[in-house]
Every structure is written in structure tokens, then in C-alpha cells.
Design a binder for this molecule. Structure first.
Ligand code: ATP
Length: 680
């Protein structure tokens, strides 16, 4: 079967990454460890450049963001407050199609007919196999005599041709026979057909025999469309293109919680789904000493919110940024480094005033007028504009380090996908070669970063669990509030009260107590006090590295030393993030004057950038080695540099551009400013 193009591309990328020292399997000499990856010399440089770019953009070049570097192991109370201990330790069930996880005790009861599908065939191949079997010269399916086969086959052919069916019902279409045996024999036969006819462009497997039960609930009016849609999605997810389903029967079920209420698919058996890695602090391995490796960097930012606020002289709105390792015991690490168990995150928590405070200060909250970047932040921005601002800022960041806009997808989570505390979340997806395709054949993309408007949930939780106040005092609000007409004060008070009460009730507080606490909170607002809301752009370093490598990978044609055209592999990294910025070559390695001059040029550039010296092999080969690792500039020192053709060319060098392969002559004194202008 021909390998899909995307898989071949990924294979080439993975092999290049290993061969040239970008990414290695962790613990490779011991057979590796699933979900863990090491960055080799070039990968380490690339990663460092990417993190540096993020840090510069998000903190140093802004007035309103401060940095933090917290520990990986923190008080386990933090993970109770954040909800990680409770939600990750619950019994979870998972939909085998959407991978949506449900708490086992929260699935709605349903009644109806459960249909048992035992597998599915690729439609094109099954039709082709049956056309062959129908011809009288064909030998029968192995293990079945010809008469028996023909009878079965004719029935099937008639059925398939007549109705272009979604499914074959085994006990009606193939009544009275050892049906499952027959189906398996037919599968083997299909494989033979495919071998005989390699030109048939069949994607994915011939057939899959994996059982799935799908519920047709009474509440659907026993409508069948969704039933088959769900079963098809199950087999499509496992690689069957245009599946014909094998339906083996149905049974009535009553008040069951075993099926996904959204699509009818049977959920996995309940199992504890704790993604956090556990460890023990101190010598005693007891429950009291349990700690967790952080599954995200964000919580440390909330926990240190007050300290940063008090020491950085920032005022809301402002942000706290952190880059660091995170650990998740992913059930299925996959797609190379995309889903790892140890990875790095770059997270910003940007704290803003609640909309009620903005309205009190600025008389109204600005609403997003158009799509796109809303421009410089304004005092009357509420959470919606701040959210839009950060989405656009983050996309701009990706463009600035070389990911084109059309390689990214801005995905707005649907209301039913949002976490209960989130008001809006946008995922920025990159169209990886392994991403799924939509019905038009376009790559749909996989998440690089999520930008969530998280309300005041996080600080509220930490205030509740730690017993420490997390609110801020805002003098501007206090002054503005006092000047507001009474009706406006009442209106804002009520809205703030309602929001706080909603949160407090969700935490399990009895209604009366929640009202009391919410009243205190709203009274606080009237005196200039509130819990800041937060916008959280949260990105993964490793996924970004993979996206940058995939995006940079190019093959073109270039002449070899003898002028013959050959395929050139080139990583077209943006110079800003390229692991090596410039390679310096003496034309010949056995001419001490050339070598000395080349080393002098290297020493001139090295304090400012990662410069690489290479004297081994023909110059064309040396260029090619650098193209393959994405070095944007090559500098060659030749006899002209030494002044052998006169003073005019003395102290000039050849500068070669990686992408165009064009060469130009530059003075050595011009090199540093030129390259610096490209890498910053
Ligand atoms: P996914 O749905 O893909 O599991 P998520 O929505 O759980 O991701 P977040 O909790 O929002 O991810 O984490 C923020 C970012 O951290 C993600 O956008 C991603 O870039 C990165 N990230 C999360 N999990 C992993 C992982 N297992 N491996 C690599 N990066 C990850």
C-alpha cells in the first residue's frame, strides 16, 4: 500500500532531527522511554532561541509584564485549589470517537437499542473484491467451497450494488452461514486483491475488526442517521476510509450510563485518570508526603500573585510570565514530540479588572468593533477586548518567528467545549503534516496554544483554599465609584454580586452562605476592591519547535560540486530562531593565511551570535551541511580576502544566503551589522 504523503514527510523530518542532532529519544541506549524526548546540540539551540524570543516579546519588551521562575514541586494544596487533584483522580470514562472524557458518575441515563458493530470494510476495496468473486473464472475464497462462496457473494453483491449501504447486517444479508468466519475470509481475499492490483489507490486498512456498541436512544425517536454516523466515525478514526459497517445485532438496554449522550458511542470502562505524576517529599513514602510534578506552570503564577504584585510595582492590568517544565502522564503519547509526558510551557497570566470595575471607571466597557488586532490597550477594555488583543498578539508572535498566517488556524471553542469557568477560549492550531483533514481535504491543525479568558476563578480558588486574601485595592475605582449615580452603583453592585454568587454556589456553598459572601464581595467592589480576572495565553515549547521544524523543511534542486542537479534538503528557519546564525569557511584548510583569517572572522562574530567554523570538505558540501540544519548565512574567506587581487577586494568575503543560494561580496566590517539586523 502506498505510504500517505504526510507520513513520508514526517518520517523524513524525524530522521533528519535524529541524524543532525535536533531531537533524540530519551534513554535511547536502553530502548527509550515512551513520551520522553531529548534535544541534541542543535535542538537545544533552537529551543533556547524560541524561549528567548517569547520571553523578550512577552516580558522585556513590555511595560506591563513581569517574569517568574517557580519550582516544579509545590505544595499539594495548590493542586487541590486548581482542581487538578479532584478532576484528575476521578473515575473517568472516555468516548472512543471524540476522546471527550466524562466523570463516570456524571453521565446521563439513557434507554434504547444498543447496536453491536463488529468491524468495517473499506468500501472501494470490498466492491472490487466482490466484482472479482462474481466472475466465474475466479477461485473461491480460501476455506469455502465455490458454491457456498458464490451464494454468499451474490447476495452481498446484490445488496451492495442495489443500495450502496451504510452497513451489512450479518444475520439478514448473510443468514444461515458461519458468518464471522466468512467475513474474515473475505478480508483475506480483499488483501489479495489489493496485492494483485497495486494501482488501486486505497488509503488506510482494508478492514478492521474491532467491536463498538452504539446506542440508538428512544429519545431520538429511533432515528438511524446518528447511529450509523457514530459507528462510521469510530472506524474512520481507526483509518478506514468510507467504511461499510458490519452490524451483528442489537439489544434493548434500560437506563444505562454506558453510552455517550452526545453521539451514542459506548464509553470506555471507568478508570482512574490521573495525569499528574506523584512523588514523595522526604524519606517517608506516606500519604502525608505526597507531592506532584506540576502538570502546568500557571498555578505557581496564581500562588505568587500577591508577592509579584507587591514587589514589581505593577498595577492591574498587568501580567506574570513563566517558562518551565510541565509533566503529564499522558495515556497515549503520540505524534513524535507533540504529545509528550515531559514538556515545557510558556505561560502568561494577564490580570485585568472585572468589567464592572471598568464600567465604573470609564462609564462603559468598549466592545470589539471588528475582528483582528484591536490596537494599543485602552483603559475601557473589558475581558473581551483583552482576550482578542492577546489572541492577535500571539498570532503575531508566531508570524514573527516564521510561521506564516496561513499555516495557523484560530479555533474558537464552542460553548459546550469550554471549561465551566472560562468565558471564551481560542486555540491556535498549526497545520502539522499529521493533522486530520476536513471534508475539503484541508489540514485542520493541532493545538499549539490556548488563550483562555478564565474569569476570576483561579484567584478565587486560591483565596478559598489558602485563606489568604487575593484581591487588590484599586484607588481609581474607589474614587470613580463615589461619583457614580445611585442607580448605576446599584446596577454594578448587583451584577458583581450575581457573578460572585454563581461562583460560590458552584464551589458547593449553601445558597444562604453564598449570598452572604457575595454581598461582602460586592460591598468590597464599592470600596475599590476586587479579585482580578485573567486572560491566559498558554503555549507549549515542544509543539512549537515541532511546528517550526515542519514548517522549515523544504526540498529543492541545487547543483552539486560537478554542476549536476541534486535534491537539496534545507530547513528554512527564520534567522531569528535558527540554531546557528552563520557558518564561516576558509576556502581551503591547508592555507594557514586563509584559516587564520577565517578564525578571526569567527571570533569577531562569536560574542554576538552562534557562529560555526567549518574547514572540512569541498565548499559546496559544507554549504549543503549548513542548509540541512537551517543556517541562514555562510561566509567564505578566499584569496581575494587576503588581498591577492589587489586592495579593492582585500578584507571582503563572500556572503551566501541559504534560501536563494545567492552570493554577494561584503566587507568584513559590514558583516556584523548586516547579520545582526537579520537575527533580531
Ligand atoms: P491537549 O488538548 O492537546 O491535551 P491541553 O488543552 O490539555 O492540550 P493545555 O492544558 O491548554 O493543553 O496546555 C497548554 C499548552 O501546553 C498546549 O497548548 C500545548 O502546547 C502544551 N501541552 C499540553 N500538553 C502537552 C503534552 N502532553 N505534550 C506537549 N505539549 C503539551
Amino acid at each position: 500500500m502506498p505510504e500517505p504523503k504526510e507520513n513520508l514527510l514526517m518520517e523524513k523530518i524525524v530522521s533528519l532531527c535524529k541524524r543532525r542532532g535536533f531531537i533524540f529519544q530519551s534513554s535511547e541506549i536502553y530502548g527509550g522511554i515512551n513520551g520522553f524526548w531529548d534535544y541534541g546540540p542543535l535542538g537545544a539551540e533552537l529551543k533556547r532561541n524560541v524561549k528567548e524570543s517569547w520571553w523578550l516579546t512577552m516580558t522585556r519588551q513590555r511595560e506591563d509584564v513581569a517574569g517568574l521562575e517557580a519550582t516544579i514541586i509545590m505544595s499539594p494544596e495548590i493542586w487541590k485549589a486548581s482542581g487538578h487533584v479532584a478532576t484528575f483522580a476521578d473515575l473517568m470514562v472516555e468516548c472512543p470517537i471524540t476522546n471527550k472524557r466524562f466523570r463516570a458518575d456524571q453521565v446521563d441515563e439513557q434507554s434504547g437499542f444498543a447496536h453491536r458493530f463488529i468491524g468495517a470494510f473499506n468500501r472501494t476495496l470490498l466492491s472490487a473484491a466482490m466484482a472479482e468473486l462474481a466472475s466465474s473464472t475466479t477461485s473461491p475464497i480460501h476455506g469455502f467451497d465455490k458454491a457456498q462462496t458464490n451464494e454468499q457473494v451474490l447476495k452481498l453483491i446484490g445488496f451492495i450494488n442495489r443500495s450502496n449501504p451504510t452497513h451489512i447486517t450479518l444475520n439478514t444479508v448473510l443468514a444461515g452461514e458461519p458468518r464471522e468466519d466468512f467475513v474474515r475470509a473475505l478480508y483475506a481475499y480483499c488483501e489479495e486483491v489489493l496485492k494483485r492490483r497495486p494501482a488501486m489507490d486505497i488509503k488506510g486498512p482494508v478492514a478492521i475488526f474491532e467491536e463498538v456498541n452504539v446506542l440508538q436512544p428512544y429519545s431520538s425517536g429511533l432515528e438511524t442517521k446518528n447511529l450509523y454516523k457514530t459507528a462510521k466515525a469510530f472506524y474512520e478514526k481507526r483509518g478506514i476510509v468510507d467504511p461499510i459497517l458490519l452490524l451483528a445485532g442489537r439489544k434493548e438496554v434500560d437506563k444505562t450510563t454506558a453510552y455517550n449522550p452526545e453521539n451514542g458511542a459506548e464509553l470506555t470502562k471507568p478508570r482512574p485518570f490521573n495525569l499528574m505524576f506523584k512523588t514523595f517529599v522526604g524519606p517517608v513514602e506516606s500519604d502525608d508526603n505526597v507531592a506532584y510534578l506540576r502538570p502546568e506552570t500557571a498555578q505557581a503564577i496564581f500562588a505568587q500573585f500577591k508577592n509579584v504584585l507587591e514587589t514589581s510595582r505593577q498595577k492591574v492590568p498587568f501580567g506574570i510570565a513563566q517558562i518551565g517544565k510541565a509533566f503529564r502522564n499522558e495515556v497515549t503519547p503520540r505524534n513524535y514530540t507533540f504529545r509528550s509526558r515531559e514538556f515545557e510551557q510558556m505561560e502568561l497570566e494577564f490580570f485585568i479588572k472585572p468589567d464592572e470595575a471598568i464600567e465604573a471607571i470609564s462609564s462603559s466597557v468598549a466592545t470589539p468593533a471588528t475582528k483582528g488586532h484591536p490596537g494599543e490597550p485602552q483603559a475601557n477594555w473589558g475581558w473581551q477586548l483583552w482576550h482578542q488583543y492577546w489572541v492577535e498578539e500571539r498570532i503575531k508572535f508566531y508570524e514573527d518567528i516564521g510561521l506564516p498566517r496561513n499555516s495557523l488556524v484560530e479555533y474558537w471553542q464552542k460553548p459546550e467545549e469550554l471549561a465551566h469557568y472560562a468565558r471564551a477560549t481560542v486555540d491556535i492550531l498549526y497545520k502539522f503534516p499529521f493533522s486530520k483533514r476536513d471534508e475539503k481535504g484541508e489540514l485542520m491543525g493541532e493545538e499549539l496554544e490556548g488563550i483562555a479568558a478564565r474569569s476570576d476563578f483561579d484567584l478565587s480558588q486560591h483565596a478559598r483554599f489558602s485563606g489568604k486574601p487575593m484581591g487588590v485595592f484599586d484607588d481609581e475605582l474607589k474614587v470613580a465609584w463615589e461619583k457614580l449615580p445611585k442607580e448605576k452603583q446599584d446596577d454594578l453592585w448587583r451584577r458583581y454580586y450575581e457573578n460572585r454568587k454563581k461562583y460560590l454556589v458552584k464551589t458547593g456553598l449553601a445558597s444562604e452562605q453564598a449570598s452572604k459572601n457575595a454581598t461582602n464581595d460586592a460591598n468590597g467592589l464599592a470600596k475599590g476592591q476586587y479579585l482580578p480576572h485573567v486572560i491566559e495565553p498558554s503555549a507549549g515549547v515542544d509543539r512549537l519547535i515541532l511546528a517550526l521544524i515542519c514548517n522549515a523543511y523544504n526540498e529543492d534542486q541545487a547543483p552539486d560540486e560537478k554542476g549536476k542537479m541534486e535534491t537539496r534538503v534545507v530547513l528554512k528557519f527564520h534567522p531569528r530562531i535558527a540554531p546557528i546564525k552563520v557558518a564561516i569557511f576558509p576556502l581551503l584548510k591547508n592555507k594557514p593565511e586563509l584559516v587564520a583569517k577565517a578564525k578571526a572572522v569567527r571570533d569577531l562574530l562569536r560574542p554576538h551570535m552562534n557562529a560555526f567554523y567549518d574547514e572540512a570538505g569541498a565548499i559546496g558540501r559544507r554549504y549543503r551541511r549548513q542548509d540541512e540544519i537551517g543556517t541562514p548565512f555562510g561566509v567564505t574567506i578566499d584569496f581575494d580576502t587576503l588581498g591577492e587581487k589587489g586592495d579593492e577586494l582585500k578584507d571582503t568575503v563572500t556572503l551566501r544566503h541559504r534560501d536563494t543560494m545567492k552570493q554577494e561580496r561584503l566587507k568584513i566590517s559590514e558583516l556584523l551589522p548586516f547579520i545582526m539586523s537579520k537575527i533580531h
